[in-house]
Ligand binder design. Structure first.
Ligand code: BTN
Length: 385
């Protein structure tokens, strides 16, 4: 049987509710899996309801239950799965194919059935909350784990404008249209990575948020260090690097007033276990937490919890002090400074040497004709290993 929804964590903030909205037999249910809504801050309708309508995912609605059945790595026959899920064997087979296409290694063992190459850990809001610090939990308005979305960032952009000061967190096991910087797409095999976005309101205006993606990078790097994974560097403006390869990426999208209330949707994609057949179309060398940890990455729920612990504190500090307060921490992890960089702009490619990061988080590059500060929106850096 599918695993029952976990009990609400006993030490959730007072009055906090952990709800389950979507289970094995409910084919029409939204695939939002676990939802935590903090009643202290989630009293607005837009924060209680997912922006994606349930019917948008109905086609794939047995997927969460199916994956729940096989998650522990034991073989399950097509017949048993069909009976348990109340669908035909052909429907089971179709969804197994769908999961394979999305990067999950599932073998068909003659006489036994379908079996995952390795057990998987599914994202789960109560499990995330259970290990977060009380201070960080209190700063969350909501955390919602979806089975499938177009993009966690797109989901939160649809909901933007209603947020309070507390952060709204959205995660998905599958993103059908995951987005990276500069119009690129972002792919992760099912359960092979973490796709999360955080919606946060800022009062000081978009103009004051130029260094935001850099401080988010610091928070994620610190979180990985908290989990024993040192040596994570930051490649301006939004990449986390390890051993010369990309480990994670950050996409910050802003809306609202230039000098008044505004919001940021902070998208974070972390490679956990991409696997040999990662169908990723990544245009640069990549690595993952499995490689970094010698084959045993920390559970994804733990990674999310540590990232949120660090991130909510970082965002509050950034809102008050700006990037200047983080420049020393950034410098410790900066893998670009002092290197020759190839700067790709609309008008072509320019060679220079990265000198520093200014107080707004802009990259200072020395070109043949002098130094210039580059904003993250206008350039892409190549040539840093
Ligand atoms: C980059 O390196 O170009 C940024 C990648 C950001 C990917 C994350 S995954 C969660 C969130 N949802 C998206 O569609 N993109 C971001």
């Amino acid at each position: 049987m599918p695993a029952a929804p976990p009990a609400p964590s006993s030490d959730a903030p007072t009055g906090a509710k952990v709800a389950w909205s979507g289970h094995a037999g409910d084919h029409a249910a939204t695939l939002a899996a676990h939802v935590f809504a903090n009643p202290a801050v989630a009293d607005r309708p837009a924060l209680r309801k997912p922006a994606t309508p349930a019917h948008a995912h109905r086609r794939d609605s047995i997927l969460p239950a199916l994956i729940g059945e096989i998650a522990d790595g034991a073989a399950c026959s097509g017949n048993d799965l069909a009976n348990t899920l109340g669908v035909s064997r052909a429907a089971v087979w179709k969804q197994i194919e769908h999961l394979r296409e999305r990067g999950l290694a599932i073998s068909a063992v003659p006489g036994q059935g379908y079996r995952l190459a390795a057990p998987i850990d599914l994202l789960d809001a109560p499990a995330i909350l259970a290990t977060m610090t009380p201070a960080a939990r209190a700063r969350l308005a909501e955390i919602r784990v979806h089975w499938q979305l177009d993009s966690t960032s797109s989901e939160l952009l649809r909901r933007a404008g209603t947020e309070t000061g507390a952060a709204v967190v959205c995660l998905a096991e599958i993103q059908t249209h995951g987005r990276g910087r500069r119009g690129r797409s972002w792919h992760t095999p099912v359960t092979g990575g973490i796709a999360m976005s955080v919606l946060k309101r800022f009062e000081g205006g978009m103009a004051s948020l130029a260094g935001l993606s850099l401080v988010v990078g610091i928070a994620v790097a610190q979180a990985l260090e908290d989990l024993g994974m040192g040596g994570v560097g930051l490649k301006w403006p939004n990449d986390l690097m390890a051993n010369g390869a990309k480990l994670a990426g950050i996409l910050v999208e802003l809306g609202g007033d230039a000098h008044g209330p505004c919001h940021a949707v902070i998208g974070i994609g972390i490679n956990c276990r991409l696997g040999a057949r990662a169908d990723l179309s990544i245009d640069q060398p990549w690595t993952d937490l499995a490689t970094l940890s010698g084959g045993t990455p920390p559970p994804r729920n733990l990674v999310v919890a540590r990232v949120l612990d660090r991130l909510v504190a970082t965002l509050d500090r950034f809102a008050v002090d700006g990037f200047a307060a983080f420049s020393a921490e950034y410098a410790q992890r900066d893998v670009v400074r002092g290197h020759r960089v190839s700067v790709v702009r609309a008008d072509g490619r320019h060679e220079g040497v990265a000198r520093d990061i200014d107080v707004r988080g802009a990259l200072i590059v020395a070109f043949d004709d002098g130094e210039r500060s580059l904003d993250s929106g206008e350039v892409s850096i190549r040539g840093i290993a």
